[in-house]
Design a protein around this ligand. Sequence first.
Ligand code: DX5
Ligand code: ZN
Length: 218
Amino acid sequence: MKQLAPSILSADFSRLAQDVDCIEAGGAHFIHVDVMDGHFVPNISFGAAVMKSLEGKTKLPFDVHLMIEEPDRYLEDFVTPQTEYITVHQEACVHLHRTIQHIRATGVKAGVSINPATPLNMVEPILADVDLVLIMTVNPGFGGQKLIPPALDKIPRLAEYRDRAGLAFAIEIDGGVTPENIGLVAEVGTDIIVAGSAIFGAEDIPGRVREMIRKMEK
Ligand code: DX5
Ligand code: ZN
């Protein structure tokens, strides 16, 4: 089953709990939590306190995307009973296996992400040890950017590698997904699809979530 993970980066922070109610009502599967530090990416978003303010207010699991340098210093802050995945960037980790092991030691599933210009072979050595690979289809830092098509080409190659190697990690895509392209994005072999502005920018948020789920399942 394919799953939709709306990114609260594009939510209205002054009414975050209501916005989250809207995505839950539409049938979303995760809350994608975009954490930016102003170093790894040229923008600052929010930290663990904001995510934790949603604990217990929604049943949706947290899918944490850390766009930060030195993630080992902070990742425990994001471990809650609702946290399903914590994903770090290959480009931000000097000792990637150590960081992935650190995430798993907290009891949470571990993900690795790569930017559009980072080739797949940069994560090949870690694929047997992760639960999720997050393929960025925009350069991380901001919501509302346009999907970079060559980044999408990594998905079928990654899925093929996974199947050939008998591995079971989930493949997630993040950046520039819209109601117009979500069908294609799902078709190439993605398991979890992130969308921010396309969902929270909609007038009818639950309706948009339902529309996107319908289009990705087709
Ligand atoms: C990009 C973030 C994304 C972003 C997606 O830096 O990691 O999760 O919020 O936003 P849209 O769907 O608007 O491209
Ligand atoms: Zn993200």
